[in-house]
Design a protein around this ligand. Sequence first.
Ligand SMILES: Cc1cc2nc3c(=O)[nH]c(=O)nc-3n(C[C@H](O)[C@H](O)[C@H](O)COP(=O)(O)OP(=O)(O)OC[C@H]3O[C@@H](n4cnc5c(N)ncnc54)[C@H](O)[C@@H]3O)c2cc1C
Length: 374
Amino acid sequence: MRNGSGRRPRRVAVIGVGILGACVGWNLARRGAEVVLIDAGRPGEGVTNWSFSWVNASNKTVTRSYFDLNAAGMAAHRELAGIIGPDSWWYPSGHLRWADDPAAEAKFLETAELLGSWGYRVEVSTGAEVRRRLEPALALPDEVPVVLYPDEAWVHGRHLVDRLVGQVVAGGGELRSGTEVRGIGTGVDGSVRTVALSDGSRLDVDVIVNAAGPSASHVAGLVARRLPMRREPGVVARIDCAQVPIHRAMHAPHIEMRPDGDASMVLHSREIDALIDTGEEPAELARLLQELVRPVVPGLAHSRIAQVQVAYRPIPADGFPSVGGVPSVPGYYEAVSHSGITLGPVIGRLLAAEILTGERDELLADFRPERFPQ
Ligand SMILES: Cc1cc2nc3c(=O)[nH]c(=O)nc-3n(C[C@H](O)[C@H](O)[C@H](O)COP(=O)(O)OP(=O)(O)OC[C@H]3O[C@@H](n4cnc5c(N)ncnc54)[C@H](O)[C@@H]3O)c2cc1C
């Protein structure tokens, strides 16, 4: 094992235990590294718990390399489910999308065709067929084209994090929750040496992984690094319903929805996100989400809003992940990304390999931290 300064890492501190930190930590521990997971709050309760949590590459066609990384993310989820078991976190039930205006419809059908030409599995059917075969509770026009991506999924992020952290700790790793990293000490050669925690303790480490999600820019600042990030809040509501009437994640016109367990659903809408900065109260935003879902799933007429949260997407300024070591600070690595639910398992695997062997995977070539000028 080698860290950025060529020394063998004795101890790796992972700062932030959302899906990214948990996946990196689990892969490191599995390969024999000594891991300390540190979270200012509780593992899995950051943005990972307030995500639409859709595992996909169909919405990632902006560049071929970003699509490839997300497709590898989907495969890594399947592999992870095979290793740790799928119970309570992995729901590979596919994804549906349809629209109620011709421009949006033309665009998603064009994307579906492109994806098909890239070897991505896609099926196009009609509203009537979808109701008959897959989702009887939906109210959608009989003739409307509906795209089904059968290999997509949704993930229960908090349950996955709990499972991974449990395995790290069972294998001898350490979890420090409820304590924040306030400082990072470096040696004369600039390499990482210590982390200082808000509980007053100081840990000797050889490697740190910045997986602090929306706070990653602040943590980067602790090693005098500039990690520019976007401000892009989203609002997510959970509704309680006696029985969840849908079986998979879907983009209906104006509203995204998915199951969230046996008696709960998650709602999200980019249209409602756009109201966050108008000063509208979260409770009102949740009510608007509920209003948008009712015409699509009439059976939800008597659902109850259980929780609502405005969360910040952890997005580096150019919209792409920042993953890998930073050569000017030996021992410092980043795992910061939007679409972190899709990408967690693949980033975890590739970054752990890079930390322990020094090998930089080609899949991450366009997403290296060095691209941000210092
Ligand atoms: C509305 C919305 C919808 C989304 N939909 C999707 C989707 O459909 N599919 C998808 O793939 N992605 C989606 N995302 C993005 C995805 O949720 C995130 O990319 C992912 O959850 C990020 O995980 P993380 O581990 O980086 O961050 P987090 O889960 O926030 O974890 C970071 C952790 O770091 C801790 N921390 C911060 N600072 C410190 C410190 N100084 N010391 C110690 N601990 C610290 C925090 O307490 C937190 O627990 C969505 C995001 C939003 C907001």
